[in-house]
Design a protein. Structure first.
Length: 104
């Protein structure tokens, strides 16, 4: 990849990220009173993050069983209030240990 293409790609990604964050601020100058819309906006980041993460988890080079064990460890760690770093470490560590088991 040429340097000019790389910088163009970075600039486009930065612009898209900026526009996505600025549109709600520009459109909603007043507080949102609708409970439905508030809850919708609250859960959108979690849904998008899940939709982006799960395909990548199962497309890894490990077996589906090992990936499933790692996801299960992440869900359990998150359920009990683990921070993002704790959840990621629990998932990665558990998947690593499960990958050492022959036959998985």
């Amino acid at each position: 990849m040429r340097t000019a293409e790389m910088y163009t790609g970075i600039a486009v990604m930065a612009l898209v990220t900026y526009v996505i964050r600025m549109i709600p601020m520009a459109l909603f100058s007043r507080p949102i009173r609708s409970r439905f819309f508030q809850s919708f906006l609250y859960y959108v980041p979690y849904a998008v993050l899940s939709a982006m993460t799960f395909p990548g988890v199962f497309a890894g080079s490990l077996s589906t069983a090992v990936c499933s064990i790692g996801v299960l460890a992440a869900v359990i760690s998150a359920w009990f209030g683990g921070s993002l770093l704790q959840v990621a470490c629990a998932a990665a560590g558990t998947a690593w240990i499960a990958g050492l088991v022959p036959g998985l």
